[in-house]
Design a protein around this ligand. Structure first.
Ligand code: UT7
Length: 321
């Protein structure tokens, strides 16, 4: 048994915040942000919870797949910014959707999270343990970044994307590649709540996302093309066979560098950085849904999905639409 994506969905918070809006509340400019990253605006959650965004994205994906929520065997949510530490986003989602027959769990692999969720779903279906799996990638990173640190807070946006993965006689997902380098974990870091049990001395502090941007940049431009090539080879294809490359949306310069290194025209790399910023685990599924809804994916098209980020971690998949 193989697996394929048979429905996608996405949801963004209502509030759109442009670079010019940010330049009114901090020392930054549209020129700096756009020229360094390609980001023009991002959606930030004001009233929405991540569970609500994920449920909206999931409902669209289920509808397109023609799958009822009770038919789901499993829900996997990729996030580092769930509404609660307990219960998980996936369990919250299960309740919202009424998916009472599913087992639900979360994956924290930051910007690689959706790829890891997809690869996990694929493995469960291939081994025969599941037939229908909902995967979601989503974040409300605006609550995790330091709004006094202009070098990180301008980069991220909020949102969620979803896909339904189903067992299939004909292959959808052809190959997967993934990896981690925990030794470089400090390059993109956020501490959990401090231990404050009665035996620990010292004040508790809140930690925000911190990033060594240049370190992450170097890692991304080296690792992503390698992982994509490996996944394409593993699928028995050539790089020129691929119709579309749906990459994690961190920085336009990273996407351009991957396109150059792979010698693939930039037109094959759709982007939503301009309006969404970096949604971490949400960026690949939100972009995948956008290209799907625009009718850019035709049956038989060969697509690469790739994510990379904190961990450090990376993942790539080749699939046939
Ligand atoms: O999904 C997570 C993956 N993350 C990434 O892929 C991030 C990869 N890295 C990057 O995209 C880039 O490293 C950044 C866009 C984050 C930063 O670009 P950079 O060219 O590496 O800039 P920098 O950090 O070296 O900063 C250059 C200057 C500094 O000023 P000085 O020290 O040269 O005077 C910063 O203080 O830009 C300044 N700066 C800003 N200026 C205006 C930093 N942030 C801002 C800002 N607005 N928002």
């Amino acid at each position: 048994m193989r697996s394929r994506i048979c429905g996608t969905g996405s949801a963004l918070p209502k509030r759109e915040v442009t670079n010019d809006d940010l330049s009114k509340i901090m020392d930054t400019s549209d020129e700096w942000i756009k020229s360094r990253t390609g980001i023009g605006a991002r959606h930030l959650a004001v009233e929405e919870t991540l569970t609500q965004l994920a449920a909206q994205a999931a409902s669209q994906a289920l509808q397109e797949a023609g799958v009822r929520s009770e038919e789901l065997d499993m829900i996997i949510a990729a996030t580092l910014s769930a509404d609660n530490i307990l219960p998980s986003l996936s369990c919250e989602l299960q309740r919202e959707l009424g998916a009472k027959n599913a087992v639900a769990f979360d994956i924290n692999a930051a910007c690689s999270g959706f790829l890891f969720a997809l690869q996990t779903a694929d493995a469960y279906i291939r081994c025969g343990q599941c037939q229908k799996i909902l995967i979601v990638g989503g974040e409300i990173l605006s609550k995790m970044v330091d709004w006094n640190d202009r070098s990180t807070c301008v980069l991220f946006g909020d949102g969620a994307g979803a896909a339904v993965i189903q067992g299939s006689e004909t292959p959808g997902i052809l190959s997967s590649v993934s990896g981690s380098d925990g030794a470089k974990g400090e390059a993109l870091f956020c501490k959990n709540r401090e231990n404050h049990n009665p035996y620990v001395k010292g004040a508790t502090e809140v930690s925000y996302v911190s990033m060594n941007g240049q370190e992450v940049y170097k890692f991304a431009v080296r690792t992503v093309p390698k992982a994509i090539l490996e996944a394409v080879n593993k699928a028995g294809l050539l790089i020129e066979d691929i119709d579309l490359f749906v990459l994690h949306q961190a920085n336009m310069r990273i996407i351009e560098s991957v396109s150059k290194r792979l010698k693939v025209p930039i037109e094959k790399f759709p982007v939503n950085l301009e309006t969404c910023g970096n949604i971490s685990a949400g960026s690949v599924p939100v972009l995948l849904d956008a290209v799907n809804q625009k009718g850019m994916l035709k049956k038989g098209d060969k697509i690469v999905l790739a994510g990379f980020g904190a961990g450090l971690s990376w993942g790539a998949c080749v699939l046939v639409w």
